[in-house]
Each structure stands twice: as C-alpha cells, then as structure tokens.
Design a binder for this molecule. Structure first.
Ligand code: DX5
Ligand code: ZN
Length: 231
C-alpha cells in the first residue's frame, strides 16, 4: 500500500520543512493538489511551487492532482516543474484519451480522476492509456471533508472494470477523508494508493499517523487478498 500525503493540509510557510519531515518518515510519494478556482471553488498553487519543492527532493514521486479546466494546456510546464505523474479529471477534459497519451509521451505517468458523482464507464475505453485511476471520495476543493460512503462500491466497481479490461496492473488511488477509520475499508475494497491530508498534517505526531494508517491499510489488504476478494 502506498501512502501519498497531500501537501494541501501542510503549513505553506514551511513547505521545505514539511517535505523533509515526510521524507524522514519514509514516504515515497507526495500528492500535490493543483486548483484553479474554476473547476473547483478553491485556488492553491502551481508550477513554481512544484519546481521549488523538486529542488529540495529529487527522490520523492510527485503525484500531481490537476483540479483545473482543460489540463491539456499545461502538461509540459508541469513536467518541466518536476511532476512524475499527472492526474487529470474526467469532467475537465473533452478529449481525455488524447491528453492521457500526451502525458505519457512527455515521459510521465498518466492518471484519470472521477468526482463522486461521475460514472466510471469510460474506463472501458481509456484503461490502456492509464497508469492510475483516482476515485474521489469527497467532492474536490478542500481537505478535511467527510468520506462519502458510496465510494467503497465505486472502488470495487473500478477494480472489476480494470480487471475486465485486462488492465489489472493499473493502480487505484483514493482521495478524500482517508484516516485510520476509512483506510482499512478502502484498502479491502481494492485501493493501492491512499491520499492523506488532515489525517497526517493535523495529527500530533504526523510520523506516527503515517505508520498507523499504512499498517491498518496493509493488514486489511492482506486479509482481503487471503479471502480472494478480487478474483
Ligand atoms: C481534495 C484534495 C485532497 C485533500 C485530501 O480536493 O484533492 O487531496 O487534500 O485531504 P483530506 O485527506 O484531509 O480529505
Ligand atoms: Zn487530491
């Protein structure tokens, strides 16, 4: 199980320190939430911040969640800033197949995100162009929101859809309201990558929180695998 802490919940005045603390805690992925104030009702940061963070860490895998309209306009600039993976929203792009293949052509991993109210039917046709599917378990825009329970069924449906499309190796990421209570359930439903904002950064001891969430998710996943739940 991969844990990808979301910097959205960090203290923006000390990003470099937060990054160093995460690395010291053994994190290998970092989730960067890019919001444009149009696709979602919030504005965060863009390429310059990613570029500065990249200078501080050459090792971390930068998982960049683009909550922006028409993301195809910015692929190259995010690559140049240091993104390893770009995740676009199905709702924000009329030509996702073109954008996803362009992301790969530029040398990055490609991901597709679905809002809670969006059906995943297009996965049947887009699976060959994907490295990861992001199942949003809150409506994007803010950290600290409550997990939407229908997401469990949606994760299971996503896993089934990917397997049916012969794309069992495509990762499933879940983002929004993940913490000690939800992580094991999401892991058992078939998630591979968990995004954590508040559960890590608002904890008294972020390092311990990372370990606890990861252990709980790993155990639940092992149990689910032992039961042959995804066959
Ligand atoms: C929500 C963002 C999330 C958010 C997660 O729009 O995409 O990545 O930061 O924060 P928590 O884990 O607090 O829900
Ligand atoms: Zn996110």
């Amino acid at each position: 199980m991969i844990l990808s802490p979301s910097l959205l919940s960090a203290d923006f005045s000390r990003l470099a320190d937060e990054l160093a603390a995460l690395e010291a805690a053994g994190i290998s992925w970092l989730h960067l939430d890019i919001m444009d104030g149009a696709f979602v009702p919030n504005i965060t940061f863009g390429q310059p911040v990613i570029k500065s963070l990249r200078k501080r860490s050459s090792k971390l895998f930068f998982d960049v969640h683009l909550m922006i309209e028409e993301p195809a306009r910015y692929l190259e600039s995010f690559r140049d800033a240091g993104a390893d993976m770009l995740v676009i929203h199905a709702e924000a792009d009329r030509h996702p197949q073109r954008t996803l293949s362009e992301i790969r052509r530029l040398g990055m991993k490609a991901g597709l995100a679905f809002n809670p109210g969006t059906d995943i039917a297009s996965l049947r046709w887009l699976a060959p162009d994907l490295d990861m599917v992001l199942v949003m378990s809150v409506n994007p825009g803010f950290s600290g929101q409550k997990f939407i329970p229908q997401s469990f069924d949606k994760i299971r449906a996503t896993r089934a859809m990917l397997n049916a499309a012969g794309a069992g190796d495509v990762l499933i990421q879940v983002d929004g309201g993940i913490g000690l209570a939800t992580a094991p359930l999401v892991a058992a439903a078939g998630a591979d990558v968990l995004v954590c904002g508040n559960a890590v950064f608002k904890a008294d001891d972020p390092r311990a929180a990372i370990g606890a969430v990861k252990d709980a998710a790993d155990e639940a996943r092992e149990n689910a695998l032992a039961r042959g739940q995804w066959n």
